[in-house]
Design a protein around this ligand. Structure first.
Ligand code: PBG
Ligand code: ZN
Length: 321
């Protein structure tokens, strides 16, 4: 005879639902949106069916559609044609970042608009900051990040999301925002971001000129202790939300940060993770909806509160069913 019968609580859907520990909600979802300068029509991202780079003119409609489908937060990425060595377009008050934020807020003022704060889509070399002797200069990049965050703040952004993995980025952005009267503006740090091959489809889509690696600033996927330390450091510097990126290969990191920090935690389900599911679904070897629901539930079970995903709209539809 078994010591204990776990199967007692698995007998009916109602019983199983009664004891379910983890719940996915539409409110958990954040939709990334890519806006490219100087394109006339939306461009398909080949390896990511359902994902597009939109022209600026379509941003209002994209935001409104997301709102109608139940999405309440978007993460804006700009792909600039005004590139230079520093990514100075990001701190121009009429630059792409400022214009995207303004347009998104105007289209749907209640939408929570988050800006991805980095330089890689705005520098001619494609790195996430200023280059010095072939490597990104951390502290010079911090100063530019302050300028960029202030431009985003003045444009009306609801949350700043620095993604470049520069040391000290949260502290300096917090300081700049506070001094300029934006003490209430939250920071969601890409606090533990790995140098991952799972970014492949995204880089194919937007970074075609980028040939290097980001190994000198993004984290080594092999390092679990450092992964925790990175997020705890951003927590101490004043990050309002933390993040792990990518997701599926890093559930242990999510769980570990959850145990050691009380901040809300986001996970970024990245392009490669999306592309793999789409490709397997197209090949007819998996059930797309079931796989996506299982993956997202696993993120929450591991300890994530929020999920940034290209599946946000589809998931929102599924969760409403
Ligand atoms: C760079 C950036 C990355 C992604 C978005 N902005 C990572 C990278 O290229 O190193 C990846 C997004 C994805 O793969 O979905 N700051
Ligand atoms: Zn970057």
């Amino acid at each position: 005879m078994p010591d204990f019968r776990f199967r007692r609580l698995r007998q009916t859907p109602v019983m199983r639902s009664l004891v379910r520990e983890t719940h996915l909600r539409r409110e958990d979802l954040i939709l990334p949106i890519f806006i490219e300068e100087d394109i006339a029509a939306a461009v398909t991202v080949e390896s990511m069916p359902g994902v597009f780079r939109y022209p600026e003119s379509e941003l209002p409609a994209v935001v409104q559609r997301a709102w109608q489908r139940g999405i309440r937060a978007v993460l804006l990425f700009g792909v600039s044609t005004h590139k230079d060595g520093e990514g100075s377009d990001t701190w121009a008050d009429d630059g792409l970042m400022a214009r995207m934020i303004g347009a998104a807020k105007a289209a749907q003022p209640q939408m929570l608009v988050i800006s991805d704060n980095c330089f890689c889509e705005y520098t001619d070399h494609g790195h996430c900051g200023v280059l010095c002797n072939g490597d990104v200069d951390n502290d010079a990049t911090l100063e530019n990040l302050q300028l960029q965050a202030l431009v985003a703040a003045r444009a009306g952004v609801d949350m700043i999301a620095p993604s470049g993995m520069m040391d000290g980025m949260v502290a300096v952005i917090r300081e700049a925002l506070d001094e300029a009267g934006f003490a209430q503006l939250p920071i969601m740090s890409y606090s533990t971001k790995f140098a991952s091959a799972f970014y492949g489809p995204f880089r194919d889509a937007v970074d075609s000129s980028f040939k290097g690696t980001r190994d000198s600033y993004q984290m080594d996927p092999a390092n679990g202790r450092e992964a925790l330390a990175e997020s705890l450091q951003d927590d101490m510097e004043g990050a309002d939300l933390l993040m792990v990126k990518p997701g599926i290969a890093y559930l242990d990191v999510i769980a570990n940060i959850r145990r050691h920090s009380d901040r809300p935690l986001a996970v970024y389900h990245v392009s490669g993770e999306y592309a793999m599911i789409k490709a397997a679904a197209a090949a007819g070897v998996i059930d797309e909806k079931a796989i996506v629901l299982e993956t997202m539930t696993a993120f929450k079970r591991a300890g994530a509160d929020l999920i940034i995903t290209y599946y946000a709209e589809l998931l929102s539809d599924w969760l409403a069913e």
